[in-house]
Write a protein that binds this ligand. Structure first.
Ligand SMILES: [Zn+2]
Length: 232
């Protein structure tokens, strides 16, 4: 596919301007800035879980969400969907949403443009063949915006979604106390980044431990955790 504009008057090819792509969604409140009202006022917060499905932690997170009547969006990896298709059924059966998080979670900047496109399109094909659903949401690994990936996502009808709050459930900061403290700072309108996939330095075991208290507090404040599909 040629992403170059027609030749200009002077004859040189111009790269497709970045502005032709809609900006990534970072928060529910972002909608208002775009002039689009959030018609689903009931939905206060969007929880997102990346890097799964995971045979150990995805079922645990699904159980906690169900116990608190909370919905979330899972940004899945194509290779994990191939490995654990049954978990994707479980996610959807419970009323949660699915997004595309590329096939292999390789760093978006460390590959050719063609491979970057394939990481997106292959994952959509796998999700569609397993679930019959075409995802509406794309999130690049590490939140790194690579034009070739974003263009492919756009062409396949997806919006790129980042986050307004990360609980940082990975690495040295990703301990139980730190995750719990960051969860306390979440406010209405936030899109929250968390992980159900145990890969690289992720600590989903601590996220699972911290979630019940957080979801309990949402309930006490009459806030609802919803899927991206419910909000946008
Ligand atoms: Zn990720």
């Amino acid at each position: 596919m040629n992403f170059l504009l027609p030749k200009s008057k002077r004859g040189e090819l111009q790269p497709l301007p970045h502005l032709l792509l809609p900006p990534p969604i970072r928060a529910i409140s972002h909608l208002n800035k775009l002039g689009i009202p959030n018609v689903h006022a009931r939905c206060s917060i969007c929880l997102t879980f990346d890097d799964g499905p995971d045979p150990i932690y995805t079922p645990k997170i699904l159980e906690v969400l169900e116990n608190h009547n909370a919905k979330a969006t899972f940004f899945v990896l194509g290779e994990a969907v191939e490995q654990f298709p049954g978990l994707v059924y479980e996610i959807l059966k419970a009323g949660h949403g699915i997004g595309n998080h590329t096939y292999s979670h390789s760093h978006p900047w460390m590959m050719s443009p063609l491979r970057a496109q394939q990481e997106v399109s292959k994952t959509n094909s796998i999700i569609k063949s397993v679930t019959g659903i075409t995802p509406r949401w794309f999130r690049p690994p590490f939140g790194r915006l690579r034009a070739a990936m974003r263009r492919q996502a756009h062409l396949e009808g997806m919006r790129t979604v980042l986050w307004s709050r990360s609980v940082i459930d990975w690495g040295m900061l990703g301990n139980k106390a730190g995750i719990a403290r960051r969860l306390e700072t979440i406010e209405p309108g936030d899109i929250v980044l968390m992980h159900d996939g145990k890969r690289e330095a992720n600590n989903p075991e601590f996220t699972v431990e911290c979630l019940p208290t957080f979801l309990q507090s949402l309930g006490e404040k009459a806030l609802a955790a919803c899927t991206l599909d419910e909000v946008f």
